[in-house]
Write a protein that binds this ligand. Sequence first.
Ligand code: ADP
Ligand code: ZN
Length: 514
Amino acid sequence: MTSEILHAGLKENFGFEKFRPNQEDIINTILSGQDTLAIMPTGGGKSICFQLPALLLPGITVVISPLIALMKDQVDSLKANGIAACFINSSQTEQEQQFYMDSLKTNIIKLVYIAPESLSYLDVLFNQLTVSLIAIDEAHCISAWGHDFRPAYTNLGYLKKRFPTTPILALTATADKATRTDITKQLNLSNPKTVVASFDRKNLSLEVRPALDRVKQIIDFIETKPDESGIVYCLSRKTTEELAGKLQKKGINAKAYHAGLDSKLRSRTQDDFINDDCQVVCATIAFGMGIDKSNVRWVIHYNLPKNIEGYYQEIGRAGRDGLPSETILFESYSDVIQLQKFASEGLNAEVQLAKLERMKQYADALSCRRKILLSYFGELVTENCGNCDICKNPPRFFDGTVIAQKALSAITRLQEKETLPVIVDFLKGSKNAHIYEHEYQNLKTYGIGADISWYDWNQYLIQLINLGYCEIAFHQHNKILLTPFAKKVLFEGEKVKLTTVVKKTIEKTEIQEK
Ligand code: ADP
Ligand code: ZN
């Protein structure tokens, strides 16, 4: 098909003048009958890649999507463009489902959205239909390697066997290589063309902050931009509600959103946010998949995300209109500990722990964050981005050998039995019950770090952990242990480079914030 015909179809049916990067390439591949794996970031414009071919191909396009809640929106917006589409899923009555099944037979409907769970009982119907294209949205859900595994997706491998000559388009915003390979294998794609769009979203600024007193930091941030809406992602349902409450108390129009809330309330919050009637949504990751709001100006992560794919997808909800947008990630020690526990107890523990480790490395990075992100998605970037906190404010290194020696010998004196806050207490020479109970005040090195602030000690200890001189024993109440490398610093004269930490006046109580 010529490029003119495709452009005319794009303009006529969707009102767009130009294709976004990779859309035309993907569409041409499908139209030539080849299976395609399309990897595009959220907001990259994946839907057009199957919606336009659906109009150009003779038969019906079956779209598999895990997002029952969004099917209606997608179908409504297609209908608004004059395109015959419907969906069939468990949210409908049996009568409704039957009605749509019958209407598929009339050959008028061009696109049908189906949840993977509903696919099997439509199988009978497929005998009577010409299926021209199968689009599998959120295809990473088929892979246990991915971050959003859905068991129902594993049945989709049969589609290729059932329709061997129908092209399959698998779409995802998840790009890590293991998941990609797994998608191809599990869907039985035959010699697919893989199209990977650039994941670079230059308009998103990247920033990581220590999670000390994060509620206040968030309030301060929002108060400087009263007309801009954004999302705060939290790990737990409880946190979303608590945080929304705290923001409301400050007069901020904030709402909580998580999968445990009543579905009516959820869709109202979603609508309010989209219509600019709610400025801030404090949400779990249940919020946002497919939410089409182009002017989200900022995304904050209250907690460290489980992995980089999820993080990237979530920050990708900001600035879809291409205008400058901000993202802030709060990194806290207790989050890392909790996430490590979740990951080690869940499915595929090894893989999930490795992904978490990458996430942590990103948060602790001392070089351009965008380079790290993009390299995770397999893109090589040579220039620093200039739009991340590290580029804007490069860390300055200094000789931290003495500080490291003090910290590591404190850990030794405490017989590797204590957690990070106690070690800081000990170094600072503080006089509290725990110290006195254990008579730590009588040990050598007690109080040798009194000249350094609580905040700085915390940061230095975290840096020492990241440098590999000590480690957290997650299965032993988070005690800090020395690694074999500590010896080098303590006894073999190894020099340690630390970086200066951003100065903030923060009280000790806040450091122990949970
Ligand atoms: P994804 O599924 O990749 O997250 P969508 O398909 O929902 O992205 O598209 C994101 C937004 O971009 C939508 O608002 C869509 O209408 C818009 N869009 C898609 N393709 C184009 C295009 N070629 N020109 C302009 N806008 C587009
Ligand atoms: Zn940068």
